[in-house]
Design a protein around this ligand. Sequence first.
Ligand code: ZN
Length: 88
Amino acid sequence: MFEPISIKEYVELFVRDNPSEKKQVVEERLRDILHAALSGTKCACGNPIWVIGAAEVGLSCFTCITGGTMPEEDFEIEEHLNYLQKLT
Ligand SMILES: [Zn+2]
């Protein structure tokens, strides 16, 4: 399962690990992907996209991005998780 995180919190973590990145740019990139995800955009394989990974490598799901089958302590934006929960 994913660990829910807010965009603000994730941006803070991300720029701590990537000091050359600007917060505003990182946040805008995440919001663009989140908007696509909340509009029903899916990975080419049909799974929901992984917003955090997709911000780095394009609109794909966790499995396609990492090659792993299940997230373990990986973050995902909470708004997206809430949206997916409502669909089921
Ligand atoms: Zn996929």
